[in-house]
Unconditional design. Structure first.
Length: 685
């Protein structure tokens, strides 16, 4: 006998370009979620979910969910709490924040990122709250600002080709992306193209499972992508594999003339030496790009987490403009599609910057949190940070140079509030932990950075325990603070209606299957029309000049003295079954990963007397962490892959890979350089 169920429309909330349309099956009698599936009718999702999200109910019903407000009773970091009521929590938090705001509201810092990508549970009522308060602003740089800013400077917006058209491409270059793990639905389109005869090329310092399934893999050194792009341009020019008409009509003429001169010096041999590649492999890729009309580049954010990441994205984004690949709907480039949604998203109505009332609070970069929490007040910095409100993030685990982040959160004079589902590394340091709902328990709206659909997420179940949506928590905090503006009374439905405009309204979305596709042309830039001031692709950008290769902060070539002590470059891509630090505490997924590992090439392991499975210490001047060595050619010689991001307390000896990363920033976008690190590896004592 089948159990009567109802089906609820949903959307995956996680920081992934796929933004899947889901359907949630709920037992009518108990109200319990019994199944989560991808929507077969949604073109991008086509019925499939990744392993992580297919187990989302396990995360929601996890026995360690925080389901009541918690007040710290032990030392910071010990994770010792007692339950409290919402009234007690709100009264104490509001009293502490009022006292700080009376002296200087900029001493209060919000810290959030993409724990949910939802427009409502992300930055809506929270933004209103902090704008009204006059708190410090947060520059949310930790993932994509180098590449995003660079792409927008080149094309005029974060726009690109439609992901479904990769299925028709004849050449697909997967650059800086482990698509099987982090962009699964793009990969299905790439596989369709491969079965139809397309060539797939992977560019990645790590030999990923994606690289295994491509026809060619250029396993370059971390941070050298810009040099490779310049050499590809050199070959396009030298062999006249250029679409002169497209360039003349749609590309910055003066900028191209100057860049054309620059690329003359970037022979394949020169780039091969910088990148650690074979010069003939560079020539072959250039020939493929220059002679295949339907050539498409799937660029992802892995390659921009280095010092020169922004310049590298600028250079790569120019390649399909030079060859005229944009003339074809199966040609061009996709890094982010988020710019397409500008016409249907009213961020000002949602976030209400007018509540600042003319104030201009300082902006702190989330990627330098470790340093900023340890700074004293000064004329240049402003007031000391005395309170942090964390939501949708786990900075103690994910922010760079984590020893400093931990030291900052351990300050006795720092008041910390964390909105969370679980007692994460960051929550362990909180004065108050407030129980937040999961995606199955609240309303939300979603756009995407990998496709062009607006999606609806309906609540499938009542919130467990005393958990509340982020929106409701900030509504209640606003009331406790005495903020009486009517906007703090807006319901989630009202917020949703205010957020959407133009061709997509909330009412239309509710009447839809659960998504509405934007009316984007199949070949959006076949006739130019880029969203720049003059419709042309920009090369010589005011303030930045021409794009160029910018070497890493830390590499054997750019920092030889440092490399003498720490000769191994390190990148830290996510473990396949985690999404940053999300899902690390889901036992079934953690069991698949087994333990923190660093992949090391057999030659480097032999030189250090290391065997597969050995407990090792990965270290540099900033700190060290312990993990198991996985001796594998997935790492190239001279490079180790520290798969992350484990919660510190669930890893080995209480640290994780970010113990050795640094807080230096990228050339563009002021983003972190997680993949621009030198380390040494030794057997652990």
């Amino acid at each position: 006998m089948s159990i009567p169920t109802r089906t609820v429309r949903a959307a995956c909330p996680h920081d992934c370009p796929d933004t899947c349309a889901m359907q949630v099956s709920v037992d009518d009698a108990s109200g319990r979620v019994v199944r989560i599936q991808g929507r077969a009718e949604h073109v991008t999702t086509h019925g499939a979910l990744c392993t992580k999200v297919s187990r989302y109910a396990e995360r929601t019903y996890h026995p360690e969910r925080v389901l009541t407000p918690l007040r710290r009773v032990g030392p910071k970091g010990a994770g010792q709490f007692e339950p409290a009521t919402w009234d007690e929590a709100l009264a104490d938090i509001a009293g502490r924040l009022k006292a700080l705001a009376a002296r200087d509201p900029e001493a209060i810092l919000p810290y959030s990122y993409a724990g949910t990508m939802g427009l409502l549970q992300g930055e809506s009522m929270s933004a209103r709250f902090f704008n009204r308060l006059g708190a410090s602003q947060l520059d949310r740089t930790i993932c994509a600002s180098a590449g995003g800013d660079a792409l927008a400077a080149t094309y005029g917006g974060k726009v690109g080709m439609l992901v479904r058209h990769f299925a028709e491409s004849r050449l697909i270059v997967i650059w800086g992306s482990h698509s099987i793990a982090s962009n699964l639905h793009f990969w299905t389109f790439a596989q369709q193209a491969k079965r139809a005869g397309a060539k797939l090329v992977c560019i990645d310092p790590r030999r990923t499972e994606t690289a295994d399934k491509c026809h060619a893999h250029l396993q370059l050194r971390p941070g050298t992508d810009g040099a490779l792009a310049l050499a590809l341009m050199h070959e396009l020019v030298a062999n006249d594999w250029l679409d002169h008409d497209y360039i003349a009509a749609h590309v910055d003429a003066a900028g191209w003339a100057a860049l054309r001169e620059r690329v003359k010096a970037w022979t394949p041999e020169r780039a091969a030496e910088v990148c650690g590649l074979d010069a003939d492999a560079i020539r072959a890729l250039a020939r493929d790009l220059g002679t295949t009309p339907q050539a498409a580049i799937r660029l992802n954010y892995g390659m921009q987490r280095v010092r020169g990441g922004g310049n590298a994205v600028r250079l790569i984004a120019l390649l399909p403009c030079l060859t005229g690949a944009w003339r074809h709907r199966a040609g061009g480039l996709l890094l982010s599609s988020s710019g397409w949604f500008a016409s249907v998203r009213d961020d000002a109505a949602r976030q209400r910057p007018d509540l600042l009332a003319g104030r201009r609070p300082r902006t702190l970069n989330m990627s330098t949190l470790g340093d900023d929490l340890l700074r004293e007040a000064s004329p240049d910095f402003g007031p000391k940070v005395e309170a942090v409100i964390v939501y949708n993030s786990n900075p103690v685990a994910v922010a760079p140079e984590s020893a400093k982040v931990v030291q900052g959160f351990a300050r006795d004079d720092l008041f910390t509030v964390v909105l969370e589902h679980f007692l994460t590394d960051t929550a362990d340091h909180a004065d108050w932990v407030l129980p937040a709902t999961t995606q199955l328990e609240h309303l939300d709206l979603h756009t995407s950075y990998g496709h062009t659909d607006v999606l609806l997420n309906e609540p499938a179940m009542a919130p467990l325990g005393q958990a509340l949506p982020n929106t409701e928590i900030f509504r209640r905090l606003a009331a406790a603070m005495g903020f009486d503006e009517p906007c703090f009374q807006d319901s989630d439905e009202t917020l949703a209606a205010q957020t959407l405009r133009g061709a997509v309204t909330f009412e239309a979305l509710k009447a839809s299957p659960g998504w509405i596709s934007l009316p984007i042309p199949d070949a959006p830039f076949a006739d130019g029309g880029f969203p720049t001031a003059d419709g042309r692709v920009r090369i010589d950008v005011p303030g930045w000049g021409l794009p160029d290769f910018v070497p890493p902060w830390e590499s054997v070539a750019s920092a030889p003295e440092l490399a003498a002590r720490y000769p191994l470059a390190m990148i830290s891509p996510p473990a396949r079954n985690f999404l940053n630090s999300t899902f690390v505490n889901v036992k079934s997924l953690r069991d698949i990963e087994a333990e923190p590992v660093v992949e090391i090439h057999p030659d480097d392991a032999a030189a250090r007397g290391l065997h597969d499975g050995a407990l090792v210490r990965v270290f540099n001047d900033r700190g060290s962490y312990h993990c198991a060595a996985r001796v594998s050619t997935r790492a190239r010689p001279g490079v180790v892959n520290g798969l992350g991001i484990w919660w510190r307390k669930l890893g080995l000896r209480g640290t994780n890979v970010n113990e050795v990363t640094h807080q230096k920033l990228t050339d563009i976008g002021q983003a972190p350089c997680f993949y621009d690190v030198l380390v040494e590896v030794e057997a652990a004592a």
